[in-house]
Design a protein. Sequence first.
Length: 178
Amino acid sequence: MHLNQQILMLRPMNTPSGTFDAVPLEVLFPDADLADFARLRRSADEIDGARASGKLQVWEWFPQHITFPGRTKAGTPEVLLAEVSLYDEGSDWLEVSLDVEWTAEGLLSVCSTISVACWCEVDHNAHYIDPVDRAVAGETSLADAFETAASRFIQGLAGSRDPVFWRAHAGLPPRKQG
């Protein structure tokens, strides 16, 4: 089987996932044009090229979020997501992610961040470090926002894989002992 062959997998709750070649860009982003799709594919290829493990990035997409669900919907409706675990030991973890999601104002936004497990007195679950978040509006196209977030994602992959480093970098509480 060639690495660029598309395999569509179903995740729990029937979330489709696979390589970027399998992502139905035209369905997820009907307002984008062919040039935007080409730029998104180039950025995804760069993400795949940055993977030290040689494995292709797995993307998840959410067809139920193709249209803006409105402000009354709780949470952030994601349209497209890529996550890579850089560290996961015991109850500590570190990951880098890139997602395309709806803002409360009904705009698409592309965000990439490094996240670490929370060790605050009040457990927030995660802290997001040095996020890059660009709304698709005005002069900023989906491709522009995606390229910026992909660059941050690649920097995260190339950075430290030690959650202690990232907590110190962000001035967060150190890991609880015990």
